[in-house]
Design a protein around this ligand. Structure first.
Ligand code: CS2
Ligand code: MG
Length: 405
């Protein structure tokens, strides 16, 4: 089999997605997701100008060699744009291999370790009561784990809470620039315990709870947060601290037994190797798109298993359904799978563009038997939704200091 064509399609069915389609001389094609939220055109140019020409004529079955060629072979290793490009190629090649074999990708990985994939849903509210009402809706739908984010009294905007806005597009004006949202660690620390205390009061101790701090704290503050929330038995606290310096998590570990999760912006195992090896974290949240595809995600899962770290792949709506499908196959296989983040199966618009072989039942995803990743992409539908420039918000302290968002 030979690769005959490589297409990069940037579309915006509700939000921007960079989709890679690799075609072969046998009529089989594969799909990959290369979306880097807020920097979509950089990765599209990287793929079109630098990667696509090197793929034409190659045997798509050579997944490993092509991965190494695009990683070691380019001299410039790592980084989100490079790794998302490699990630999309890798996903598309697994998709092709599965289609050629007539098997879903989870079978190529080693088969099912479980029947279905447990999810955590998002409850984002403008008050604690509102958040808990939203949690109630998810519990009714059968979700066994819920992530809680609540607006912070005295701050005009809080991570994860969009109020009447549907998404971050809606927060941007006609001339899109990054929205600016305020942050105060003091105000956050003053409210957060009540959210989890009330959640346990109302829903009991069986339901799983998560929380995303979105990298706003210092290690010692995160230690204090962990201690404060220990008695509410969270499944994990996510991104308590931005960890370019991985030793930050050593400090957190010295102060709390609250489980820690991190990884959604990591691009290679080198970003989290020390945290995993030293057992400073409990869940690794990397995404197939941003970590270079299914091939490295599989290696990282196996590496993590040796240190009791479980996988909890990123599942925000800025990852396309192709990445979601890749995660579902990895999740079915990985012996040390933990949980999958879930924000719904797309929107009306994105469902015109992407079709997938996944069913949601009782807070779990069941994967169908379609060969490959089991996703399809309608190029004509995508053409109806052209790219729109968009940015993620930035965060500032109340005195104007730029903070982590
Ligand atoms: C988040 C994301 O899902 C999560 O845990 O942290 O919402 C994240 O902010 C976006 O994916 C940014 O692109
Ligand atoms: Mg997050």
């Amino acid at each position: 089999m030979k690769i005959t064509d490589v297409r990069v399609i940037v579309s915006s069915p509700g939000r921007n997605f960079v989709t890679l389609k690799i075609l072969t001389d046998e009529g089989i094609y594969g799909l990959g997701d290369a979306t880097v939220n807020g920097r979509e055109m950089a990765v599209a140019a990287y793929l079109e100008e630098h990667v696509a020409p090197c793929l034409i004529g190659r045997d798509p079955h050579q997944i490993e060699d092509i991965w190494q060629y695009l990683y070691k072979g380019v001299y410039w290793r790592k980084g989100p744009i490079t790794m998302a490009s490699i990630g999309a190629v890798d996903m598309a090649l697994w998709d092709i291999k599965g289609k050629a074999a007539g098997l879903p990708v989870y079978q190529l990985l080693g088969g099912k370790s479980r029947e279905a994939v447990t999810l955590y849903g998002h409850a984002n509210g403008s008050t604690i009561e509102d958040t808990l009402d939203k949690m109630g809706d998810l519990v009714k739908q059968g979700f066994k784990v819920v992530r809680l984010q609540s607006a912070i009294p005295g701050l005009d905007g809080t991570y994860g809470v969009l109020g009447d806005k549907k998404d971050y597009f809606a927060l941007q004006s006609d001339r899109p620039l990054p929205p600016e949202l305020p942050w105060s660690t003091v105000k956050y620390m003053n409210m957060i315990e009540e959210l989890f205390a009330k959640a346990r009061e109302r829903f009991g101790n069986e339901i799983g709870l998560c929380h995303d701090v979105h990298s706003r704290l210092t290690p010692i503050e995160a230690g204090r947060l962990g201690k404060m929330l220990e008695k509410y038995n969270l499944l994990f606290i996510e991104d308590a601290v931005a960890a370019e310096n991985q030793e930050s998590y050593k400090i957190i570990r010295q102060h709390t037994t609250a489980p820690m999760a991190i990884g959604e912006i990591y691009n290679t195992v080198w970003d989290c190797k020390d945290m995993i090896e030293n057992q400073w974290i409990d869940y690794i949240r990397m995404a197939a798109t941003h970590a270079g595809g299914i091939t490295p995600m599989r290696r990282i899962a196996d590496f993590s298993a040796m240190y009791h770290v479980r996988t909890a792949p990123h599942g925000a709506p800025d990852l396309s359904p192709i990445c979601y499908a890749a995660h579902m196959h990895l999740n079915l296989w990985a012996p040390n799978f933990g949980i999958q983040e879930f924000v719904g199966f797309g929107t009306e618009k994105s469902n015109e563009v992407f079709k997938y072989d996944l069913q949601l039942r009782d807070g779990m995803v069941y994967v169908g038997d379609a060969p490959g990743l089991g996703v399809d992409f309608d190029e004509d539908a995508a053409a109806r939704y052209p790219y729109k420039r968009s940015y993620l918000p930035v965060s500032r302290l109340e005195d104007g200091t730029l903070w982590s968002w």
